[in-house]
Design a protein around this ligand. Structure first.
Ligand code: DGL
Length: 268
């Protein structure tokens, strides 16, 4: 049994890094579909097809796949789980742990929705995730009285995948300005794309110090640690391979730049 993390590209590395810090003995692989990134401007059917293809490939060597991609989680996770996964295999997403953190719930607490500390929540995500309304749907199962204003952050993932952080920062600022015109005083902001922690400081600076910014990396790592403590067999073995459908040299260089340590990808 073994664990692997999936993203359309480099964003899931923020989750991979948090998981390797939280669970240093776990051998966890990474699969980036960089050849097909970004997913966030594709249709739900397209994202579903790409995610199924990638996860099916990952299941050849790994048993538990974490979709460290909100766009894939929104468009594909429920459909994949409803269609049934092969025996001994699992696929999990990143939405539910985030919403459990926002609504101060423990893992798997399925009690009725209740009032929570935050009332005005800004959601920053890809156009496909925003269009899916998956975040609002999952939140409605757990909380009442929360206004969510969503901002589709076109261009940010492309800029990050291209390593153009000046453009990424400028786009973040303009998306935060656009959000504030719709919701001037959010209590909390959700970075609903795993690429965005790479520009978390720009989000926090543009939002101001009074807004609590939730980003997924540590939340998902904690939730995975909790899951594996109840299913330790899922954490045995593993290979810790870094695989990409894109150009391994280019992807390795960007990953090394973002994580500030040498990361070597191989071709899928
Ligand atoms: N990092 C991804 C997410 O969390 C995907 C972004 C994209 O490929 O557009 O949504």
């Amino acid at each position: 049994m073994s664990v692997a993390i999936f993203d359309s590209g480099l964003g899931g590395l923020t989750v991979w890094q948090a998981v390797t810090r939280r669970l240093p003995d776990l051998k966890v692989s990474y699969y980036g579909d960089n050849a097909n990134a970004p997913y966030g401007t594709r249709t739900a059917d397209d994202v579903h097809a790409l995610t199924v293809a990638a996860v099916t490939k990952m299941w050849e060597t790994d048993d538990l796949v974490v979709l460290a991609c909100n766009t894939a989680s929104a468009a594909a996770l429920r459909r994949m789980q409803e269609a049934g996964v092969p025996p001994g295999k699992r696929v999990l997403g990143v939405f539910v742990p985030l919403i459990e953190a926002l609504t101060e719930r423990n893992w798997g607490d399925n009690s009725p929705p209740r009032e929570v500390a935050v009332n005005q929540v800004a959601l920053f995500a890809t156009p496909a995730t925003v269009a899916s309304r998956a975040f609002q749907r999952e939140l409605a199962f757990r909380a009442i009285g929360v206004d969510v204003e969503a901002q589709a952050c076109g261009g940010v993932v492309d800029a990050i995948e291209d390593g153009d952080m000046i453009l990424a920062d400028a786009l973040v600022k303009s998306h935060v300005d656009a959000l504030k015109r719709k919701m001037p005083k959010p209590d909390a902001a959700i970075l609903g794309c795993t690429h965005y922690p790479l520009v978390a400081e720009s989000f926090q600076a543009a939002l101001g110090p009074d807004v609590t910014v939730f980003s997924q990396a540590d939340i998902v790592a904690e939730s995975l640690a909790d899951y594996l403590s109840r299913r330790p067999e899922m954490a045995e073995g593993g290979q810790a391979r870094m695989v990409t459908t894109g150009d391994p040299v280019r992807v390795s260089s960007r990953a090394t730049q973002f994580l500030r340590r040498p990361i070597t990808f191989e071709a899928a």
